[in-house]
Structures are given as C-alpha cells and as structure tokens.
Design a protein around this ligand. Structure first.
Ligand code: FE2
Length: 205
C-alpha cells in the first residue's frame, strides 16, 4: 500500500512563489491520483507488499509494468518534491554542500545556470534533479516519471517541471517558475541532509 503523506507545510506556506491553489491541485488531485492508481495496479501482484523504492526499481526493469512504474515513481517523485521546498527557502546552501557545489560545478552561479537550463530544456514533462553520481554532484533532467533511482544516482533535491506544477501561477513561463523555485523556495537543508546521509536519501521522501 502506497501512502499519500500530507504536505510538510500549510498550503499557503510557499505563497506568493507557489500559490495555495497550485499546491491544492498538485497534492490533492495530481499526486493523490498517482498514489491511488499505483495502489490499484499493484493489488495482487508481486509489488503489493514491497516498499515504494523497490516497486520503482523493479518495475523499471520490466516494460510490461510501465504503468506501475509511472504511477509509483510519480508518487515517490512528488514526496521528494514537497520536501525539496520550504517556507523561507532559497538563498544559498551552506557548509559541505556549498563546498561541493564549488568543487564540482565551479561555483554556485554555474550550478544555478546548469540547473535552470536543464529544467527549461527538458522537452515535455519531467523533473530536474541535483544528484550525487559516483561521488560527484550532477544535474540530471528526467522525462515523465523517470528518476535518479533508475540511474543508480542519489537524489538530493528536485524541481517538478510538469506543467501542472506551475501553470496556474506562471502559465507557460517555466523558466520564471524554475528561477523562483531555485531562489525563493528550494530547501537546501534537505539537499544537505541527503548529501550527508546518501543512504537515507532514497527514503527521504
Ligand atoms: Fe507534479
């Protein structure tokens, strides 16, 4: 049974950057539907009693289970996305995460530019992640429901670039949404915790 956890903050907590309307539709309709659909699909299958992370990595290897993968991965991705944002977020990361961004991207501004370009350049629906891949930080854009778990990478933070994440607030202006996500609501503490404890990152959501 896959759960729909409540949002980790009130619906109006990210306004005006992400409105209460957007969070209502996004969590209570879109996310909820992925969870309900995934649960219907796994009843009576080998997936029924598995933890969500294992449903995702196992279903990813079987083309016949694409629907299970899509809905289970979207359930997980959204859990991770809610924690990737925080009231009074944004600003700049501190400590080890800041040092590693400097070392692996050549500075915070370059990281920001890379993340925003990858998110804006993801054709159609998808996600843009900061990941840890073979010990190095990396920006990874994924299509539709795909996520770092299927790439053997550790997710640190994510932004949802499906239109439903920003259309009510930003219409077609995905780059504006991404810049606001990055500068105003990104939860760098969450990313730093995932970097410090990569073994827990896939369960962070
Ligand atoms: Fe979404």
């Amino acid at each position: 049974m896959i759960e729909l956890p409540p949002l980790p903050y009130p619906k109006d907590a990210l306004a005006p950057h992400i409105s209460a309307d957007t969070l209502s539709f996004h969590h209570d309709k879109h996310h909820k539907t992925y969870v309900e659909t995934a649960n219907k699909l796994i009843v009576g299958t080998e997936y029924e009693k598995l933890p969500l992370e294992q449903i995702i990595t196992r279903a990813a290897k079987n083309a016949e289970h694409k629907k299970i993968f899509n809905n289970a991965a979207q359930a997980w991705n959204h859990n991770f996305y809610w924690h990737s944002m925080a009231p009074n977020g944004g600003g700049q990361p501190q400590g080890d995460l800041a040092k590693k961004i400097e070392a692996d991207f050549g500075g915070f501004d370059k990281f920001r530019e890379t993340f925003l370009a990858a998110g804006a350049g993801q054709f159609g629906s998808g996600w843009v992640w900061l990941t840890l891949a073979n010990g190095k930080l990396k920006v990874l854009a994924t299509a539709n429901a795909d996520n770092p778990l299927t790439h053997g990478e550790v997710p640190l933070i994510v932004s949802d670039v499906w239109e439903h994440a920003y259309y009510l607030d930003y219409q077609n202006r995905r780059p504006d949404y991404l810049a606001t996500f990055f500068d105003k609501v990104a939860n760098w503490k969450f990313a730093a915790e995932n970097l410090a404890h990569p073994e827990n990152a896939t369960k962070a959501a």
